[in-house]
Design a protein around this ligand. Structure first.
Ligand code: TXA
Ligand code: MG
Length: 357
């Protein structure tokens, strides 16, 4: 396995090697601006089979196809709608995935047998160079094993997947840090299936129409209890269980994690400390001197920086052999929605169970 950029090898020849590996049906991990992807030739049944095997993901779970230009949409999508062109123009290359009606050539192994396909143009120069040289679409889920945290550095990928990938292209730490926003344009009303750092408001502004799910809480759930928990959500329909919001519990560290409001954090630490628990805390506040034994992370107060650091922080805390990670709840405002979504999925107290992509 090649990791990183050897000093005497140019990016160009590394990309040539990566393209050869993809053409042989092997897997290549590559950086995107969101998280690292585990790439396979999206038009090879064998490569996709290997992808699902290495990822440990159920076969009916669809993957995102990465392309290099909006013109390529026509290869993958039946009748590209006007809305897709508008969003492509506004946000690609960038952290937005669109779910559209698939064209006939798209393999069932990509879509999980559904009539839709998820597509995006990633905004990382190495990813774009790889796509340009490869020519075709690259199917890429996040480069973690099923149910684990998405990796945001090449080292995290190598640690997680080891020799199961032919190559890891190292493009440095991912700028955004959490997965792309997924918007479904295949139905009559556009809706957000997974919140990301491109926010509902930004998408609505470009489309000029309201989204069905506006992103006021964690992404729409299919359980009755969670539907009732957010009265401000416009509509929660019974979406396919394969959509990322339909099945829950993922992006999780191994260490149990709980969300605690700022006002209860001090009491919670006191009580759990007294019980002899080894604690990690992610808080907006500084490390109080009275808790010297607690592994403390002071989180950035801005949502962009918070998202950037999130998975790296959780990975780090996972290696600290703590009994529990307490995470201070983040603000309720829209720019924190994708972060709340990830935190609720990762935590053991969220009302969630299920999905692990
Ligand atoms: O930022 C990202 O989107 C990263 C980078 C690598 O591009 N990729 C990523 O892929 O997060 P993955 O496979 O971990 O998550 C993709 C999500 C899955 O939850 C899957 O269910 C959903 O996209 N998805 C894929 N195709 C779909 C479809 N046709 N309809 C609905 N959801 C779909
Ligand atoms: Mg994933």
């Amino acid at each position: 396995m090649h990791v990183a950029t050897p000093p005497n090898t140019s990016n160009t020849s590394l990309i040539d090697l990566a393209v050869e590996a993809l053409r042989r049906g092997e897997l290549v991990a590559f950086p995107t601006e969101t998280v690292y992807g585990l790439g396979a030739d999206a038009s090879s049944v064998e490569a996709l089979k290997r992808l699902y095997q290495v990822k440990g993901r159920p076969a009916e779970h669809p993957v995102i196809v990465h392309i290099r230009s909006a013109e390529q949409l026509a290869d993958w999508v039946e009748d590209v709608p006007e809305s897709a062109c508008k969003l492509a123009e506004a946000f690609w290359p960038g952290p937005l995935t669109m779910v559209l009606r698939r064209s006939r050539v798209v393999l069932d192994q990509v879509t999980g047998g559904q009539e839709t396909v998820a597509i995006r143009i990633p905004g990382h120069p190495l990813a774009l160079a790889l796509l340009e040289s490869f020519g075709g679409g690259i199917a890429a889920p996040s480069a973690n094993r099923f149910g684990k945290l998405s990796p945001t550095t090449a080292d995290a990928v190598a640690e997680e997947l080891g020799p199961d990938v032919a190559m890891v292209l190292d493009g440095g730490p991912c700028k955004v840090g959490i997965e792309s926003t997924i918007v479904n344009l295949s139905g009559d009303v556009p809706e957000i299936l997974r919140p990301g750092m491109i926010l509902a408001d930004q998408i609505e502004k470009v489309l000029g129409t309201p989204l069905r799910y506006h992103g006021t809480g964690a992404v729409a759930q299919t359980t009755e209890a969670s539907q009732q928990s957010d009265a401000s959500r416009k509509v929660v329909d019974a979406r396919t269980p394969r959509a990322p919001g339909g099945l829950l519990k993922h992006y999780a560290p191994r260490t149990p994690m709980r969300l605690v409001s700022a006002s209860k954090l001090d009491d919670a630490v006191k009580r759990l400390n007294a019980e002899g628990k080894r604690l990690a805390v992610v808080s907006f506040g500084l490390h109080p001197q009275k808790w010297p034994n607690v592994v403390w992370v002071s989180a950035p107060t801005g949502s962009v920086d918070y998202a950037h650091d999130l998975y790296g922080t959780l990975r780090h805390l996972d290696s600290q052999r703590c009994d529990l990670i307490l995470v201070e709840r983040v603000p309720e405002s829209q720019e924190w929605t994708p972060i709340r979504d990830r935190l609720e999925r990762a935590s053991t107290t969220g009302s969630m169970s299920g999905d692990q992509t």
